[in-house]
Ligand binder design. Structure first.
Ligand SMILES: Cc1cc2nc3c(=O)[nH]c(=O)nc-3n(C[C@H](O)[C@H](O)[C@H](O)COP(=O)(O)OP(=O)(O)OC[C@H]3O[C@@H](n4cnc5c(N)ncnc54)[C@H](O)[C@@H]3O)c2cc1C
Length: 336
């Protein structure tokens, strides 16, 4: 394992922000990781975990140790008549895993096709798209304590998964390095095409396969979302706010174009994209940053953008949405 000093992270965050880490190391197994964490030479420094950097915003250089878990195995741990059980290294590219499982005919991850990032980050915000979430298939998560180097395993039921949420964003925030994630996948998969865009696109297939579903979702995503290789972004910058039915209905009564989504009993999700668009931000550019012209939930970082500029834009949007609708929208992105 190489420990790098003053490592440029421009190619390690999808916003393309030109920031540096004081120290950086990539570790391919648990023993190496524990040894690094116990190395007293670096013990006084702040530490953070970086996967593929597709959900982080650096406001400045990182004056500490950036650790990239690069465990790369995909192993079958057991199977029964209905299900396959697999254990996957944190460093595996998420979409490589989805492709692998779809190629094998194992169902469960296909709706999460083409989400950028590494497997280790999937439980952190319980990634979700097109009617599926990582929590639906994760069975347990192995992690190393970022300070002590001790190893733990936590079951799905204790991960407190919620909408873009988990214990790793709450009690265990900044305290864990996820090393392996285990999944239960179906040998007799059902096609989940509840989303209008997906069901519409699948109409042309008599009996759609996992592969058809994956390709459909990739097509939709490529059309709707900007490619970070072309313009810096982290996908959705904000979470959709969850508000009481009363609040949602009063906004909806005054705005018949608003489409609400169900949340837990008595609550509704309002699309943050709609709120942002109503405040006039869609397609606007401010210096080196801006709001996407098709999907206002996505903030853009053009060449030369700084994290602070994105924070300023985000604050401006949040204030404006609050003033107009009395609804708070929170960033989904992790800010450092
Ligand atoms: C174009 C685009 C589209 C996107 N679409 C979606 C979508 O549809 N649904 C969705 O949910 N997300 C989406 N995202 C967000 C992002 O892809 C996910 O959040 C992804 O899981 C982040 O993975 P990463 O490896 O890049 O994590 P990073 O950005 O590197 O890290 C994200 C956070 O997780 C922590 N973390 C990362 N790895 C570990 C680990 N091994 N152990 C402990 N903590 C860790 C980091 O410290 C950080 O706080 C999108 C992003 C982009 C750029």
């Amino acid at each position: 394992m190489k420990i790098l000093r003053n490592k440029n992270l421009k190619n390690h965050n999808t916003l393309g922000l030109n920031v540096f880490a004081k120290y950086y190391a990539s570790t391919t197994n648990k023993a190496e990781l524990s040894a690094l964490l116990r190395n007293t030479q670096y013990s006084g420094l702040p530490r953070m975990v970086l996967g593929a950097g597709s959900n982080v915003l650096f406001t400045s250089d990182y004056d500490g140790f950036v650790i990239h878990p690069a465990m790369s195995e995909i192993e079958v741990t057991s199977e029964d008549d209905n299900d396959m059980f697999i254990r996957v290294g944190a460093g595996v590219v998420w979409d490589d895993l989805v492709k692998y499982t779809v190629d094998k005919g194992w169902g469960g991850l296909e709706n999460l096709s083409w989400i950028p990032g590494c497997v280790g980050a999937a439980p952190v915000q319980n990634i979700g798209a097109y009617g599926a979430e990582a929590k639906d298939t994760i069975t347990d998560v192995e992690y190393t304590d970022i300070t002590s180097g001790e190893e733990f395993m936590i079951k799905n039921g204790d991960c407190r998964f919620g909408y873009r949420d988990s214990v790793f964003k709450r009690e265990l925030k900044s305290r864990t390095i996820i090393t392996y994630v285990s999944f239960k996948l179906s040998k007799v998969p059902l096609i989940n095409s509840n989303y209008a865009d997906v069901s519409q696109a699948l109409l042309g297939f008599d009996c759609p396969t996992l592969q058809n579903l994956r390709e459909t979702i990739i097509d939709i995503r490529k059309r709707k979302l900007p490619d970070p290789a072309e313009v810096g972004n982290v996908g959705s910058f904000f979470k959709n706010p969850v508000v009481s039915e009363g609040v949602a209905n009063s906004i909806s009564a005054a705005n018949p174009t608003l489409k609400l989504f169900p949340a837990t009993t008595g609550f509704c999700k309002i699309p943050a994209a709609w709120l942002i668009e109503q405040c006039g931000f869609k397609g606007k550019r401010y210096g080196n940053v801006g709001v996407h012209s098709n999907q206002p939930l996505v903030l853009l970082a053009f060449e030369g953008a700084k994290g602070d500029e994105l924070i300023k834009l985000s604050d401006m949007i949040r204030k404006s949405v609050f003033e107009k609708f009395n609804v708070e929208i929170e960033p989904e992105v992790n800010i450092y």
